[in-house]
Design a protein around this ligand. Structure first.
Ligand code: PXG
Length: 455
C-alpha cells in the first residue's frame, strides 16, 4: 500500500468513527483530516510526507520539543517496573512522591502540596471543588461565587467550562452553572482605544473590584485567571494589572487562582507565569508542559492557607480519579522537569531566544494586514486587521484568521487562529534559525491571505 492509500484509509476511518474536539463536522468531512505521523525537535510531518514547523508545540504543550529519548526511556523504565498502582487507600509510589517533592521545590513560595489529575479541565474542576471545600471548612458556606474572565479558558468539564468565559462553549450545553461570574479582559489592542496600556490595565483590574462589590465580598470565593490568556488570544496584560488584581483579592479576602496550564513550565521565561508577573497565588492548576505532552497529566498545587486547611481537616477529602498520580505519567513528568532544569529551558524564553522571537516577529508589523504583533516569552499573537490605523478587524464572515491558518499549513508552518489573531507558542527548544523559518513562512502566508482578501 502506498502512502496515499494509507492516508485515504485513515481519513475514511476517522471520518466514519472519530468525533474530533471543537469541530464543525461537515467542514471536516469536506476537507478530510490531516494525519500527523511523526515529529522531531520543533517539526512534525504528515502521512503525505509534508513537514511543518510546529509553531504551537502540539497544543501549547511540547515544551521540551519532540523526540526526547530521555522521556521515552523514563516511561519504559517505569512501565517495566510498575505500570500502575493507585494512590488511594493510604498508598503512594516512588515516582509520585518524588514528583510532588520536585514540584514543591520549583513552585512559587508556599505552594507545597499537590493533587494529581489528568487534564487541565479536571485540574480546574478540582480547583472549583477545593475552593468550595475550603470555604466550607472555614465555616463560610456563603462564600462560593468564582469570578473568571470572558476570554479565560479553563477547560470543558461542567465546572471548568462554567469557569471558561467563552459564550460559544456555554450556550449549547446550558452553562454556566450557578455560582460563576465573568469580567472583561486586559486586552488593550481590542479594547484599550487610545488609552495608554498602563492606565487601561488598572481600569481592567478595577472590573474585578466592581464585580466583587456587585456580588458582595462575603459571597465571592475566588478569582481564577491565566497569567497570560492563551486560548483567548495570547492576551498579555499591562505590567500594572496583576499587582492591582493581587491587591483587590487580598482586600476582599478572595482566593487567587493562577491557571498555569499554558504559562507553566517555562513558557513566559520562568518556571511560572506567576514568577514573571510577581503573582502570589493561593492555588495553581497546571497540565500541558508538566510532561511536555508526552503523557496526559495535570496537577493542582495548594498554597499554605488552603493546603493547611485541606491537609488538616478531620473529615475525608472525597475527591480523586483512578489515574490520580499515574506512576508512568509521574516518571515522565519528573524526567521532563529535570530535563528542563538541566537545559535551562525554563529560563530560555526570558533570555536571548525570547528577545530574538519578539524582535523578528516584530518585523511583520509593517505588513498591511497586521494591526499588532505582541510577544512575551515564547508566546505571541499577530493580529490581522482590515484597517491598520483604526485597528479595525474584518467582519468574522471574511474568515481572515482561518484563511491565514490554511496558508500557513500550505507553507509548512502551524499557527493557530483565535478570531483573527495568529497564535504562536513553539517548543522552548526553538533555535534562531527556526524563528527565522517561522517569520519567513508567516510572511508568505500573510501575503497569500491579503491576496485572498482582495488587498
Ligand atoms: N486551562 C488553560 C489555561 C488551558 O489553556 C485548560 C485549562 C484545559 O486543559 P485540558 O487539558 O483539559 O484541555 C487549558 C487547555 C486551543 C486549546 O485551541 C487550548 C486548550 C485546550 C485545547 C485547545 O487553543 N487549553
Amino acid at each position: 500500500m502506498s502512502l496515499r492509500d494509507d492516508t485515504r484509509r485513515w481519513r475514511a476511518l476517522d471520518d466514519r468513527h472519530h468525533l474530533h474536539p471543537f469541530t464543525v463536522f461537515p467542514e471536516l468531512r469536506a476537507k478530510g483530516s490531516r494525519v500527523i505521523v511523526g515529529a522531531e525537535g520543533c517539526h512534525v510531518w504528515d502521512s503525505e510526507g509534508r513537514r511543518y514547523l510546529d509553531g504551537m508545540a502540539g497544543l501549547w504543550c511540547v515544551n521540551a520539543g519532540y523526540g526526547r529519548e530521555r522521556l521515552v526511556e523514563a516511561a519504559r523504565r517505569q512501565m517495566a517496573e510498575l505500570p500502575f498502582y493507585n494512590t488511594f487507600f493510604m498508598t503512594t509510589t516512588p515516582a509520585v512522591a518524588e514528583l510532588a517533592g520536585k514540584l514543591a521545590e520549583i513552585l512559587p513560595e508556599g505552594l507545597d502540596r499537590v493533587i494529581f489529575m489528568n487534564s487541565g479541565s479536571e485540574a480546574n474542576d478540582t480547583v472549583i471543588k477545593t475552593v468550595r471545600y475550603y470555604w466550607n471548612l472555614m465555616g463560610r458556606p456563603e462564600k462560593k461565587t468564582l469570578i473568571a474572565r470572558t476570554l479565560g479558558y479553563h477547560g470543558v468539564g461542567l465546572g471548568s467550562a462554567s469557569l471558561t468565559g467563552m459564550g460559544f462553549m456555554h450556550k449549547p450545553f446550558d452553562l454556566p452553572l450557578p455560582g460563576f461570574a465573568h469580567i472583561g479582559n486586559p486586552y488593550h489592542f481590542a479594547e484599550g482605544g487610545d488609552e495608554d496600556p498602563e492606565t487601561f490595565g488598572l481600569r481592567a483590574a478595577g472590573w474585578l473590584e466592581a464585580k466583587i462589590l456587585e456580588i458582595g465580598p462575603e459571597k465571592v470565593a475566588a478569582f481564577v485567571a491565566e497569567p497570560i490568556q492563551g486560548a483567548g488570544g495570547v492576551i498579555i496584560p499591562p505590567e500594572g494589572y496583576w499587582p492591582e488584581v493581587q491587591r483587590i483579592c487580598e482586600r476582599y479576602d478572595v482566593l487567587l487562582v493562577a491557571d498555569e496550564v499554558i504559562c507553566g513550565f517555562g513558557r513566559t521565561g520562568n518556571w511560572w507565569g506567576s514568577d514573571t508577573y510577581g503573582i502570589r497565588p493561593d492555588i495553581v492548576p497546571m497540565a500541558k508542559g508538566l510532561t511536555s505532552g508526552y503523557l496526559p497529566m495535570a496537577a493542582v498545587a495548594l498554597g499554605r492557607r488552603v493546603g493547611d486547611a485541606v491537609a488538616g481537616a478531620a473529615g475525608e477529602y472525597a475527591h480523586g480519579v483512578t489515574w490520580s498520580g499515574h506512576p508512568v505519567a509521574a516518571a515522565v513528568a519528573l524526567e521532563n522537569i529535570r530535563l528542563i532544569e538541566e537545559e535551562g529551558l525554563h529560563l530560555r524564553a526570558g533570555g536571548p531566544i525570547g528577545a530574538c522571537f519578539a524582535e523578528r516577529l516584530a518585523t511583520l508589523a509593517d505588513h498591511p494586514l497586521v494591526g499588532e504583533v505582541r510577544a512575551k516569552g515564547l508566546l505571541a499573537c499577530i493580529e490581522l486587521v482590515e484597517d491598520k490605523a483604526a485597528k479595525r478587524p474584518y467582519p468574522s464572515a471574511r474568515k481572515a484568521g482561518l484563511t491565514c491558518r490554511e496558508h500557513c499549513f500550505e507553507n509548512g508552518l502551524i499557527m493557530r487562529a483565535v478570531r483573527d489573531g495568529m497564535i504562536l507558542s513553539p517548543p522552548l527548544v526553538i533555535s534562531e534559525a527556526e524563528i527565522d523559518e517561522i517569520v519567513t513562512k508567516a510572511r508568505v502566508a500573510l501575503d497569500a491571505t491579503a491576496r485572498d482578501l482582495g488587498r
